[in-house]
Ligand binder design. Structure first.
Ligand code: ZN
Length: 407
C-alpha cells in the first residue's frame, strides 16, 4: 500500500479517531504485523502535540502459551505493579489506540474453561479501574492487516497479495479516500441525523422479522437513546471509538426480549467461529441456543456470568453499508458488526443514557441496563429483514424494510 495513503489513515486515527489533545499521553496497542505503520501513528500523535506515546506490542501465540502453562490462579492474578500502572493511567487520562490485526483462529485449541476462570478472577480486580475511566478517555479501535488474518479472508491469494487486498478493504470501508477527515465529518453528521429521528419517535419496542425465521421483540428503556459515530468525553473532547462505524445503537431493557433470532453471519469469539446459530429469548434471557458449529462455546459464552445471557445492545446497520457492499466476511467484529443489524449479549452502554454524566452505573442498571464481563456482538441483519418500531403511544413506524432504512 502506498505510504502517502497510509499516512492519511494514520492521521485519521490520531485526529478523528482519538483526537489527541495537546500534552496528552497516548497508548497504542498493536501486534507485530505492521511496525512501520505503527511508527507513522506514533509520529502523527507527536505532531498532534502528544506528551508521550507508549506502544504496547503483543504477539498472539504468546497468549496461548500463557493459558497453557500458567495456573488458573496465576492467570487470574493482577500483580501489584500492574495495578500501579492501571492507577497511573486512571490519574492521567491518556488516549488509547487499539490497532487490531489478530488471526481470527489464533486461539484455536486453548482450554476455554481455564481461560474463562482466569478472566473471571482478574476481571474483578480490573473492573474498578475501567469503571473509573468510563467517558473520561478518548479511545479508538482501528485495523491493520496481519498475515494470518489476511489469508483467512483471501485463502486463494499469496500472503503478500492477501495483505494488500486486506489493506484495500480496510481503507475503503474506513472511508480513507481523497479527504478522509472531511468524509468522516459528513458521515458523523448523517449518523447523527438518523439518531435524532429515531430518538424523536419515543420507541417502546422494536419488532424484527426476516425470512430465515427471526421473529423477535425487544423493549427499550425510556431513559436511553440511539447513538452513533463520534462521542464526547466528560470534558468535551469529541472522538470516534470505532473506525469504521456504520451503526446506530442503543442499550435495550434487559428484561424485555422475547422470540427467536437467527444469526446471519458467523460469530468469531475467543479465536473460534460459532456458526449458523439461533437464540431464543424469554423475558430478556437467552433460554435456548443452537449452533451448527461450536454450540458448546456459545453455551460457555452465555454462562460467563449472570448478565451474559441478557442483551446489552441493539444496533441498526443497513445492507447498503460499505462493509456489507464489500461482500467480505472479515471474521472481526469491528468490521462485521458494521455489515448488518446486530445484537450484543452482555454489558450495556451507560453512555447511551440521556444525561449519562449525572448517572451512576447502579442507576443505569436499575433502569434495566444489563451489566456483564462480556459484550459480544452477533449479526442478525439480512436482505429480508423488516423492523417496526412500536411507539409509546401505540403507533407502528417502519424502521427497516428489506434490510435497509425505511426513512
Ligand atoms: Zn455494535
Amino acid at each position: 500500500m502506498k505510504k502517502t495513503v497510509l499516512r492519511e489513515y494514520a492521521k485519521l486515527i490520531v485526529r478523528t479517531g482519538v483526537n489527541v489533545q495537546k500534552g496528552q499521553d497516548v497508548l497504542i496497542y498493536a501486534g507485530l504485523d505492521q511496525p512501520e505503520f505503527v511508527a507513522m501513528v506514533v509520529d502523527e500523535a507527536y505532531k498532534a502535540k502528544a506528551r508521550k506515546v507508549t506502544v504496547n506490542w503483543s504477539y498472539q501465540p504468546l497468549q496461548k502459551l500463557h493459558i497453557r502453562h500458567q495456573s488458573v490462579t496465576t492467570l487470574g492474578t493482577v500483580e501489584a505493579w500492574e495495578e500501579a500502572r492501571l492507577q497511573h493511567y486512571v490519574d492521567i487520562h491518556p488516549c488509547r489506540i487499539h490497532l487490531v490485526s489478530e488471526d481470527p483462529d489464533g486461539l484455536k485449541g486453548v482450554n476455554l474453561e481455564k481461560m474463562a476462570k482466569g478472566r473471571q478472577a482478574s476481571y474483578k480486580i480490573l473492573k474498578p479501574y475501567s469503571d473509573q475511566r468510563q467517558n473520561k478517555e478518548q479511545w479508538c479501535i482501528a485495523a491493520v492487516p496481519g498475515a494470518a488474518w489476511a489469508k483467512k479472508i483471501f485463502p486463494n491469494l499469496t500472503k503478500s497479495q492477501a495483505m494488500e487486498k486486506l489493506w484495500e478493504a480496510i481503507l475503503s470501508t474506513s472511508r480513507v479516500d481523497d479527504d478522509p477527515l472531511a468524509a468522516w465529518d459528513a458521515h458523523n453528521k448523517d449518523l447523527k441525523e438518523r439518531c435524532d429521528y429515531l430518538n424523536s419517535l419515543g420507541i417502546s419496542k422494536l419488532h424484527y422479522t426476516a425470512d430465515n425465521g427471526t421473529d423477535f421483540t425487544v423493549g427499550m428503556m425510556p431513559e436511553a437513546q440511539f447513538c452513533a459515530g463520534g462521542e464526547e468525553t466528560l470534558s468535551g473532547v469529541f472522538y470516534n471509538p470505532n473506525i469504521p462505524t456504520e451503526e446506530c445503537f442503543i442499550s435495550p431493557n434487559k428484561h424485555q426480549a422475547d422470540g427467536i433470532v437467527y444469526s446471519s453471519k458467523p460469530l468469531s469469539y475467543q479465536g473460534q467461529l460459532i456458526d449458523n446459530f439461533s437464540i431464543r429469548f424469554e423475558n430478556g434471557k437467552a433460554v435456548e441456543v443452537h449452533a451448527e458449529q461450536n454450540e458448546d462455546l456459545l453455551k460457555t459464552m452465555i454462562s460467563m456470568d449472570e448478565g451474559a445471557s441478557y442483551l446489552g445492545e441493539c444496533a441498526l446497520v443497513p445492507q447498503t453499508s460499505p462493509i456489507s457492499q464489500s461482500g467480505l466476511l472479515f471474521y472481526n467484529t469491528l468490521f462485521d458488526e458494521n455489515a448488518a443489524c446486530h445484537l450484543a449479549l452482555g454489558a450495556g452502554f451507560p453512555d447511551t443514557f440521556k444525561d449519562f454524566q449525572n448517572k451512576t452505573l447502579e442507576e443505569c442498571k436499575s433502569c434495566g441496563m444489563n451489566d456483564s464481563m462480556i459484550h459480544v456482538d452477533f449479526m442478525i441483519g439480512c436482505d429480508s429483514m423488516n423492523i417496526d418500531a412500536i411507539t409509546q403511544d401505540g403507533k407502528v413506524v417502519p424502521i427497516f424494510r428489506k434490510g435497509n432504512w425505511a426513512f
